[in-house]
Design a protein around this ligand. Structure first.
Ligand code: AOF
Ligand code: ZN
Length: 348
């Protein structure tokens, strides 16, 4: 049995739950009998439902996994939560080896699951494909370790870095294939965030289970398509009274004439919104950059050539090229004629 291949399978299984498990992590699990044959697999499908290990083991008759190996991308839990501890079930089913991608960062578990297994005489192998496992659960890790909402930005530009012409024309920069991928990306996030300027300029639907609008002066009104979504949260200047129509309004302090984003993101964490994808213009993107954990940047093979065209991150006048924010490109993918760069800020 190749642990790396098994762990890859765990990650693929776990990913099938995108959009369904927040605030829980993505977890997948593969079980082998004592001869090394795969006999079951499973994953954590929905918040509140069985964890991956339980999902995989309960498909098997009592004794089949005895002496076998269980591979899982996250340390099995040791606590009674929505379900009993996975570590207990693994012990009960008599597995002799457990292979783990990463330790659980949830302080209730953190190492206790591993200890429990070892005390029961089970061999534990840790750290297989650890970086991949951590990437899979980057949102959960940020939530658990920093008690903060994970923030991502999605943008789409021409080769010369423009998101729209000077008069705001922007439909469409990227191909249909790229826009299909945007739907996949959106599904990974608990909420989508945009600005009143984008709502007014483009009247996007941005269909999602939760939409956030930053609208300091309450310029958007019911009637824009975005308000047709299930849940809409509007952050606005605390000095303006909240209106009363089908959305949640949050009074927000103002800093330097703008909504205080620190307040906004803290509030979102309090509201149990664990991750947010920003889709807006250069002003909000630029303003939110310092809070951002990840960027999805589509680039279409087009040149606008318009010096006044709008840029995707517009937040300062920099006179020295050495004054720039820097990033680490994680991967490049191709969608039709377009590319998607995924990058992370470099910690300084
Ligand atoms: C596992 N396997 O598949 C998952 C784990 O609210 P609960 O009861 O579902 O517990 C959530 C915590 O359990 C979560 O914060 C994380 O520490 C762990 N999630 N653990 O062994 C799984 N989803
Ligand atoms: Zn568990």
């Amino acid at each position: 049995m190749n642990y790396e291949i098994s762990m890859k399978k765990c990650i693929e299984l776990a990913r099938q739950a995108e959009g369904n498990v927040s605030p829980n992590p993505f977890v997948g699990c593969v079980v082998y009998d004592k001869k090394g044959n795969e006999i079951s697999c499973g994953y954590h499908k929905k918040y509140g439902q069985n964890h991956a290990e339980r999902d995989a083991l309960l498909k098997l008759k009592n004794d089949v996994a005895r002496g076998g190996t269980l591979v899982v991308n996250l340390e099995p839990c040791s606590h009674f939560g929505k379900t009993p501890p996975c570590a207990d079930l693994i012990i009960e089913r008599g597995l002799s080896k457990v292979v783990i991608g990463m330790r659980d960062v949830n302080p209730i578990v953190a190492g206790n699951g591993i200890r429990k297994l070892q005390e029961a005489g089970i061999e534990v192998i840790e750290g297989i494909f650890e970086d991949e496992c951590k990437k899979l659960n980057e949102v959960f890790i940020k939530n658990m370790t920093l008690k903060k909402t994970f923030v991502a930005i999605k943008t789409a530009t021409t080769l010369d870095g423009k998101v729209a012409t000077s008069n705001g024309s922007s439909k469409w920069i990227t191909s249909e294939k790229a826009r299909e991928e945007v739907k996949v990306i959106r599904n990974r996030y608990d909420a989508l965030m945009t600005s009143s300027s984008t709502v007014i300029a483009d009247n996007p639907s941005m269909i999602h289970k939760c939409n956030i609008i930053l609208d300091r002066e309450l310029k958007t009104v019911n009637g824009y398509k975005i308000y047709e979504n299930k849940r809409v949260i509007v952050f606005h200047d605390e000095n303006i009274e909240s209106p009363n129509f089908g959305a949640e309004f949050v009074k927000t302090p103002i800093i330097n004439g703008k909504l205080d984003l620190e307040f906004v993101f803290n509030k979102l964490y309090e509201m149990k919104i664990m991750s947010v994808l920003i889709e807006a213009g250069g002003h909000l993107n630029g303003y939110a950059l310092k809070y951002t954990d990840k960027i999805y940047h589509f680039i279409a093979p087009k040149i606008l050539g318009d010096n006044n065209g709008r840029s995707c991150f517009d937040f300062r006048k920099a006179e020295d090229i050495n004054i720039s924010d820097t990033f680490r490109i994680e991967c490049t993918e191709v969608f039709g004629p377009d590319i998607l760069l995924t990058y992370y800020p470099i910690e300084v």
